[in-house]
Design a protein around this ligand. Structure first.
Ligand SMILES: C[S@@+](CC[C@H](N)C(=O)[O-])C[C@H]1O[C@@H](n2cnc3c(N)ncnc32)[C@H](O)[C@@H]1O
Length: 281
């Protein structure tokens, strides 16, 4: 196939790709999404010089490293994110961390589809700011688990280096507190300071696979549920809630909702839920 030709997605190709994406990642690609699949995968087919979708599919399923599958999911989902995206959640986190949770000896937080790291680093900055304003007992013991299915975005997240434009909306004071400005070949880039990066541990976790055996006080599960069908969403939420402490908070994206779904959470405010039960100290 030449660099200019557009590969043709036949109905049989679409069915195979959509079944594979569902089996491996829980991704929902019902009929009607053919255009999306064709557009998103065309570049991979051209760049890999495959003769078409069938050959590409055979290559993905034969690859033992798992990298081809990861690249496939990367093409089918978006990794769009930003620092302080949907800021109401971070205001809420700041309030609770410095309020009802102020006397806790530690804080454990999970960013469960962290993309390139902006979300967990925002959590870290929020907590550092909160502890600077109000003395909090947990200040010396914060752990933020940040996970995603995509190794590509996780590598970027671990590096903690971003183009300056990513911070355009960030107040100068916050930039000075948390960012190191690149010089020379690194001009136009910022790196997060160690104080921010040290609070975050990255791991590759597929939300439909084994989940951490730890309990978290806050779980951020934002802008990822939209990729799954309703039943898979419900299963994922139920499994994530098992990782949430009683009295802990669960966030979804503001364009997502848990309404109409069976789950043991109570609504607090838009895109914010709490797990019933008594909080540990
Ligand atoms: C749009 S980003 C959301 C980033 C961040 N949570 C935010 O709201 O800004 C969605 C992320 O979900 C990840 N993702 C998709 N399917 C997944 C799965 N089965 N398990 C874990 N992560 C998944 C994608 O790789 C992508 O990085």
């Amino acid at each position: 196939m030449s660099a200019l030709e557009t590969p043709v997605l036949r109905a049989a190709d679409f069915r195979k790709i959509s079944a594979l994406a569902r089996e491996k990642f829980g991704l929902n690609l019902p009929e009607g999404k053919e255009g999306l699949v064709a557009a998103r995968l065309a570049r991979r087919i051209r760049e890999g010089r495959f003769r078409g979708f069938e050959e590409y599919f055979r290559w993905v399923t034969a690859d033992q490293t798992g990298e081809a599958l990861t690249a496939l999911i990367d093409s089918l989902t978006t990794n769009h994110t930003s620092f302080f995206r949907e800021p109401a959640h971070f205001d809420f986190l700041r309030e609770r961390a410095a309020g009802e949770f102020r006397e806790r000896p530690s804080l454990r937080i999970w960013s469960a589809a962290c993309s390139s790291g902006e979300e967990p680093y925002t959590i870290a900055m929020t907590l550092l700011e909160a502890a600077r304003q109000t003395p909090c007992r947990w200040a010396g013991d914060v752990q933020i688990l940040a996970s995603d299915i995509s190794t590509r975005v996780l590598d970027k997240a671990r590096a903690g280096v971003y183009e300056a434009a990513r911070f355009d909306q960030m107040p100068e004071e916050r930039r000075r507190a948390f960012l190191l400005k690149g010089t020379g070949a690194r001009q136009g880039w910022f790196k997060l300071k160690p104080a921010v990066m040290d609070l975050v541990q990255f791991e590759r976790i597929n939300l439909i696979g084994p989940l951490p055996r730890r309990a978290f006080l806050f779980i951020f599960c934002r802008n990822v549920l939209m990729y799954f069908d309703r039943l898979t969403q419900q299963t994922i939420v139920a499994r994530l809630v098992e990782c949430l402490e009683p009295g802990g908070y669960f966030f979804v994206g503001h364009s997502e909702t848990l309404s109409g779904m069976e789950h043991p959470l109570s609504y607090v405010r838009p895109a914010t839920y709490v797990k019933a039960g008594r909080r540990g100290v």
